[in-house]
Design a protein. Structure first.
Length: 120
């Protein structure tokens, strides 16, 4: 079954059982500040090596990471991912956190690490 069809039918089921309006359900969901895909120029010939170097730096610091499609730093109240574009000479950073303060810390940390590797 197509995901969009399944999601629509599932939402209709939830609405029919809950007795709430869709707007009420949406309003009750938690909101997470995000930084979505900030781009940093990086030559094609080194972008994947840069990601590997950042992955190593995170692991050396004992940070919890996920290594699917780049390197994702996981924390209890947020995450940040650095990934090399497959089609452009770029590294992208995306982040999400429970608070604006945590989001800024994660994004600034990832940007600092990236700049150190690119300039070092």
């Amino acid at each position: 079954m197509d995901d969009a069809t399944f999601a629509s039918l599932r939402m209709a089921e939830i609405l029919s059982k809950s007795g709430e309006k869709l707007s009420e359900i949406v309003a009750s969901l938690p909101k997470y500040p995000t930084v979505y895909e900030k781009n940093f120029k990086c030559p094609d010939n080194i972008k994947f090596k840069v990601i590997e170097k950042i992955r190593s730096r995170f692991k050396e610091q004992g940070l919890k990471t996920l290594d699917i499609d780049g390197v994702k730093l996981l924390e209890k109240d947020g995450w940040v991912i650095l990934r090399a574009s497959n089609t452009e000479p770029l590294i992208r950073i995306s982040a999400e956190a429970r608070t604006e303060e945590k989001l800024n810390k994660l994004y600034e940390f990832a940007t600092k690490e990236l700049n150190e590797v690119l300039n070092g």
